[in-house]
Design a protein around this ligand. Sequence first.
Ligand code: 1CP
Length: 348
Amino acid sequence: MNKQLITATLQNDILLRAARGEKTERVPVWLMRQAGRVLPEYRAVRKQMGSFKDLLKTPEFACEVTLQPVDILGVDAAIIFSDILVIPEAMGLNYEMIESKGPLFEKTIKNKHDIEALQITQANDLAYVIQAIKLTKRALNNRVPLIGFAGAPWTIFAYMIEGSGSKTFAQAKKFLYTQPEWAHLLLDKITQSTIHYLQAQVAAGVNLLQIFDSWAGILSPQQYTSFSLPYLKRICDAIPQVPITLFAKGAFFARQQLSELNCAVIGLDWNMDIAESRAMIGPDKTLQGNMDPCLLYADYNTIKTETIKMLQQFGGHKHIANLGHGLYPDIEKDKVRCFIDTVKEYKI
Ligand code: 1CP
């Protein structure tokens, strides 16, 4: 029964086919942060739950908000409602999500001793996420694929050192320059934890994985080569079962190196030129992205014409349409739908 559930055919598998590089009848589409404050339906569940973390840790509600964009917006995939910060928490660093400010950790990593005290996450440590995935798979009833995700080791490292969001992540970068050996030890522990966590997500039924390296762009090319790419490589090599998307925001300098990793899809942000990216990455990988999220503040006509221009530049194949970063919470739902409908109506 369980095996049947996992191998059952999806009614809409266009996103998976595009991720595998197959020709598709149209361009598939989903949006980073598609579940969230953009939807009044999300805000209602969120209000009922009280805090963001309570919502995250209640599988029934996490499942409900994961399904919302599939039902309301018509996207070609669901992404499990969770956060990249569940890994630092499982390793021993508790955080609070402060309303309209972002995450705040009680304790940060300062030295070797702090790193040694961290646990390596095991497959069953994040049972609430795994339970949410299982519930969501059942509720989706094979309509569309389910995307699992985690933060890239460097991005998780940055939050663990800094203790909150930051414009520069100067403390995290200082750690790389002053304590490189311990930085590698911490990155290794995060990588092991992330691999266990992603393997558990795959076992629970996710069809594709995305790794968010949201703070890739603040590193120099040399630092990225030393402190991010080897860990991304380990993750890609450890999970051959499902296609992996690497989204390294701002890492325009690393596009060629990313193309050498065992991933199926590379996410582009809106600063990255599409033709230049294709030339650097080569013909094999599927590309995802890359509309400026702010386009969705424009009028409907502008949204349509700019979306069509983007689709033409990607060329129709080996492309998964998305924004170049997450949706902003104050964008109108109908504008989001306009972007999605334009992609779905576009004739390759
Ligand atoms: O109730 C709310 O609206 C809180 C806002 C919110 C939401 C909706 C946060 C706080 N996290 C999430 C969910 C979330 N986070 C998803 C869900 C699935 C979906 O995409 O629909 C995902 C994939 C994430 C991933 C995530 N969390 C990233 C990587 C992607 C990115 O935006 O670069 C990062 C950096 C975080 C940390 C985080 N979580 C929340 C906030 C406000 C932040 C950023 C803090 C900062 O600026 O440093």
